[in-house]
Design a protein around this ligand. Structure first.
Ligand code: SF4
Ligand code: SF4
Length: 554
């Protein structure tokens, strides 16, 4: 195996990448290699669908599968080698269907169909041993000796950015929002990757095209979430447990949470959100369930301790899962793209087993002391008080906005984000989203200009909301986003964050601070390109970075 797609990848001296028997996330070599093979077959699907689409023929089932398949390969999503053997066989069937679709469309258009090679012609073995023997053909670094680290690193940027796009688009798709333009972009990127590009230029262009596609995917997801569950409103959420039977729902999937709330209605079970599902409490249609009792725990990297102590079943609906420990392995369930060998998987949103487990388990013996936080400052809430915000900026009451958003992780350097938030001056506002906020979201930052100083905009999945707010504020002030008194401090961990970064770059947002480390697949030469073209900066010392942001704005 070789994998360097996430921030926690193994690093030693100048080298980075997980290899050997297991990655830092616990993904074993077989699973990693099978994920590579799956994506290779998906490239073949993309080759055919890309050509078929140009002739007016599409295959919605294959497109949806591409989103799902890519999502399964994100960091901390699916660790089940056996599942990947199944996914590869399904991908091969869909690839054959895409080939037939393309060839029929070509003939009907009076064209001779192209005979495609590479991924399009790859015949996956029928069993795991055979597939593992083929993995070398699909490895991300297979051409590194010939092409060098820069080209391979850029291919990786495109592949990992594509994973993020697919994950967001999958979340939107399950809630009924799909966009042809997203599917076209996914197919285009797969076709490019299948062509094994050797030049920097087209790869950079593709990375930015994926950034634009990701904006569409985030817009679709925003439409899916608000269309199904209403517009998020500022909401006080209990963050301590109450007595009674309990289910904990983690991950990012509001649809699964809704299905669990329905399945537990009037059954005397309290449902708690964990991690990135915290913003669910601000959606009217979810908040209307009185047994959506509160939020329990924090970011994903603390889940082994928190899940062990939770006295009920746990459902992991999407990223970010880490190895289930013996103390809770029998009461954790996976859903959607998530998987772990031996852990029960919920298919078709039938959460009956989870309800039965909750009734059989003790639940919380007593109420904990009540503590609450406020969430739900999505784009509607912030723009609803836009006049107040603009007046406060014009009067000087608000000097600056710091968007401190993104993923958390276990690396010690991540204290930076909490240090940064705590060191922001009192006349500044902190916008936040993603699980990085758990490092500071229970702190009372007070108010400024009549607004809370800390505005929680939601999940990493809600990055669209932040971009809309920035764009609207820029319009109101008659300037570009880069001229706003706004700094973006982004913590990245995995491939959704890589896609959001590409979106920021594609939208022309400059001077983003990225940390805690720069992606290992970006070589020094590629980092130079990002610095030169987009002003991307590494994080440094929190106070010095705040001073630099404020002096740039002054
Ligand atoms: S996902 Fe991250 S931690 Fe896991 S194998 Fe890949 S680089 Fe390593
Ligand atoms: S913000 Fe990133 S690390 Fe955190 S739960 Fe979401 S995807 Fe995972």
């Amino acid at each position: 195996m070789f994998c360097y797609q996430c921030e926690q990848t193994f690093r030693s001296d100048n080298k980075a990448g997980c290899a050997g028997a297991k990655g830092m996330c616990g993904k074993d070599a077989a699973t990693a290699d099978l994920q590579d093979v799956l994506l290779h077959v998906c490239e073949g699907i993309g080759q055919y669908l890309h050509r078929a689409r140009r002739l007016g023929a599409t295959d919605a089932e294959a497109d949806r599968f591409l989103l799902f398949a890519f999502f399964t390969t994100l960091t901390n999503v699916n660790f089940s080698a056996a599942k990947f053997v199944e996914f590869i066989q399904r991908a091969a069937q869909l690839r054959d269907g895409a080939k037939a679709l393309y060839e029929k469309a070509a003939r009907e258009a009076g064209e001779t169909p192209e005979t495609l090679s590479g991924a399009a012609a790859f015949v996956p073995a029928k069993d795991m041993a055979g597939l593992l023997a083929q993995a070398g053909e699909a490895a991300i670094r297979k051409d590194v000796a010939r092409l060098g680290e820069d080209v391979v690193g850029l291919r990786a940027l495109v592949l990992y950015g594509l994973k993020g796009v697919c994950a967001y688009a999958h979340h939107a798709c399950v809630l009924g929002e799909e966009r042809d333009a997203i599917y076209a972009a996914v197919e285009h990127a797969l076709d490019l990757l299948a062509s094994e590009p050797e030049d920097i230029g087209p790869l950079l262009d593709e990375a930015l095209a994926l950034g634009r596609a990701n904006f569409l995917a985030m817009e679709a997801l925003d439409a899916a979430n608000t269309g199904n569950f209403g517009t998020p409103e500022p909401t006080s959420v209990r963050v301590t447990p109450i007595k009674g039977k309990a289910i904990l729902v983690s991950g990012h999937d509001l649809k699964d949470l809704h299905a669990i709330l329905e399945a537990t209605k009037d059954k005397g079970i309290n449902v708690y959100t964990h991690g990135e599902l915290l913003p669910a409490h601000s959606y009217p249609a979810l908040r209307s369930y009185p047994h959506l009792a509160g939020n329990y725990g924090g970011a994903w990297q603390d889940q082994q301790k928190e899940f062990a102590e939770f006295p009920g079943p746990i459902v992991m609906t999407s990223n970010c899962l880490i190895e289930p420990q013996p103390r809770y392995r029998a009461r954790i369930f996976t859903a959607g793209p998530v998987g772990w060998p031996g852990v029960r998987h919920i298919a078709n949103e039938d959460f009956t087993q989870v309800v039965q487990a909750a009734l059989a388990l003790p639940g919380f013996a007593e109420d904990a002391e009540e503590q609450r936080i406020t969430v739900g400052f999505g784009r509607a809430a912030v723009l609803g008080v836009a006049d107040k915000v603009i007046d406060a900026v014009k009067s000087g009451a608000i000097r600056h906005f710091f968007m401190i958003g993104g993923c958390d992780g276990a690396a010690p350097g991540r204290n930076y984000y909490a240090d940064f938030a705590h060191a922001t001056p009192d006349d500044t506002v902190i916008l936040t989203l993603g699980c990085g906020k758990y490092r500071f979201n229970k702190h009372d930052f007070g108010t400024v200009g009549g607004l809370p100083r800390l505005l929680d905009m939601g999940q990493c999945n809600d990055a669209y909301s932040a971009l809309v707010v920035a764009t609207k504020l820029a319009e109101a002030f008659g300037v570009g986003v880069n001229e706003l008194p706004l700094s973006l401090i982004v913590s990245w961990f995995e491939q959704k964050a890589a896609a959001v970064l590409l979106t920021l770059l594609a939208l022309g947002v400059r001077n983003v601070r990225l940390g805690p480390t720069l992606p290992a697949f970006l070589t020094p030469a590629l980092v130079d390109v990002l610095v030169e073209k987009f002003g991307v900066l590494p994080i440094g010392d929190a106070r010095a970075d705040i001073d630099a942001a404020l002096s740039r704005a002054a």
